[in-house]
Write a protein that binds this ligand. Structure first.
Ligand code: FAD
Length: 308
């Protein structure tokens, strides 16, 4: 129960202030976030690529309410893609976008603005020779995100989707998205959702995850199996064998700093493993979701606070 409570508390400005200014946060943030600037991210990409890992880079930021900020995020991505190409890293790294960082929530024009900004990033990715995946945020954004995905895919069919097994609607969305060539990242879901739209019990989220995996592997989609849960990873490997898929016909994904030994083990076994690598100054929302996912992380954080 700690997770939902923590996600709720993370909306409080007071909690945000305490967490953002605590030196304890900094040391734990470094475990999950590559650094604040593009050179930090590029150095981390090089280190991950040297271990045989693929990467998807997230320029941290979300819930933007200003057009200028959304455009600055777009420009940061475009500049990063140029550097990935210049440094010969575009074969190892793609980018992940949060549409709320690109203006999606701006009243009236938000959807249009996010689409235009995402399109500019897709053009940068195409020029660099890499791909883009649209992260999925809370349930209120799913319709808008899927319609922006469809618009982008008409020019850039390689744009990846993300679906969350926690949401009731996702099994239908997966059936729509599972066609050949469609890159689909399946996650459990990191947001606190009302019980009217989402499974509450972990066992239900896990069962839905398995059902979605089965559809993605059975149909022609390119599944991106994003989970640290060994049961889900083993199930994906079993389904790949069942459907005669080679190691280049799906990939496993994990977050930076989580289960790194397992990441290396999968690479050693010849599988594709992609690491989701966040960087940037706006780490608060991302960090709080990582704390909420695992009570042990909260314990570590609180012990650090008390020890000071
Ligand atoms: P869980 O059952 O939560 O965890 C299984 C095991 O993994 C745990 O027992 C623990 O050992 C380990 N573990 C899990 N989380 C942590 C942690 N924070 N710290 C340390 N150990 C941990 N969610 C979205 O809503 N939208 C997205 O776009 C999105 N993109 C993602 C991209 C990638 C590549 C990944 C890996 C996750 C993404 N997520 C996203 C987060 C996801 O929804 C889950 O919240 C998160 O992955 C935890 O679920 P799990 O599948 O790992 O399983």
């Amino acid at each position: 129960m700690l997770g939902p409570a923590l996600l709720a508390a993370s909306r409080s400005p007071r909690v945000r202030h305490v967490v953002s200014t605590s030196p304890v946060s900094r040391s734990l943030v470094d475990r999950f976030v590559a650094g604040e600037a593009a050179p930090d991210a590029l150095a981390a990409v090089r280190a991950l690529a040297a271990r045989g890992l693929l990467v998807t880079i997230d320029h941290l930021g979300e819930d933007t309410t200003e057009r200028a900020q959304a455009e600055a995020t777009r420009d940061a991505y475009v500049a990063l893609l140029v550097r990935l190409a210049d440094e010969g890293l575009a074969g190892s790294a793609e980018v992940s976008l949060k549409l709320s960082a690109l203006g999606q929530a701006l009243p009236g024009e938000g959807g249009r603005l996010a689409l235009d900004n995402a399109r500019a990033i897709c053009e940068g990715a195409a020029a660099a020779g890499t791909t883009v995946t649209l992260d999925m945020e809370d349930h209120t954004t799913v319709d808008s995100t899927l319609s922006i995905l469809a618009a982008l895919r008409s020019d850039f069919p390689w744009v990846g989707a993300v679906v969350q097994s926690a949401l009731f609607r996702t099994e239908a969305d997966v059936r729509d998205l599972a066609h050949p060539g469609s890159r689909v990242r399946l996650v459990k879901g990191a947001y606190r959702e009302p019980r009217t739209v989402a499974h509450v019990r972990k066992a239900e989220v896990d069962e839905a995850y398995r059902r979605c995996l089965a559809v993605l592997f059975a149909e022609g989609a390119y599944p991106m199996v994003a989970s640290h849960d060994q049961t889900m990873i083993d199930e994906a490997i079993r389904l790949a064998a069942l459907h005669g898929r080679g190691e280049d016909a799906y990939e496993l994904q994990m977050l930076y700093g989580i289960r790194t030994a397992e990441q290396d083990r999968q690479v050693a076994a010849g599988r594709r493993m992609r690491v989701y690598l966040p960087y940037g100054q706006d780490w608060y929302g991302y960090f709080m979701r990582r704390l909420a996912e695992r009570p042990a992380n909260v314990g570590f954080f609180l012990r650090g606070l008390i020890a000071r």
